[in-house]
Write a protein that binds this ligand. Sequence first.
Ligand SMILES: [Fe+2]
Length: 122
Amino acid sequence: MIDHIVSPHPSCLCRELPRLEDLLIQVVEAHGDGHSWLAPTLEVFQTLKLDLSTHMVSEEERIFPSIRALKEEASGAFLDENGVDKMIREHDDSRVALDRLREPTNDYVPSQRAHAPNFVRP
Ligand SMILES: [Fe+2]
């Protein structure tokens, strides 16, 4: 399961989070003056992006290796329960941030007036 999480997880988020941030910055620059909710939305997204990036590094460098060592019954292996609790709290924080983004993004449904002339799906 760890292998399943680690392989698509960072490659997808490490690529998509900066791309989404760039798109959101473009929208804020183009339309932020007339839509006061855009700048706070960017702030929430940037906080979420930073939190997720830090979280993924912690998982991959500390938590997942300790779980692998436990599974392999390596000597000295132990579960960092404080670290796991921290990861769970961070998941909850990310869920809150994603919920905060629902309202200004109309539940992630773009307006019919929305356009993205430079949008290129990778
Ligand atoms: Fe996680």
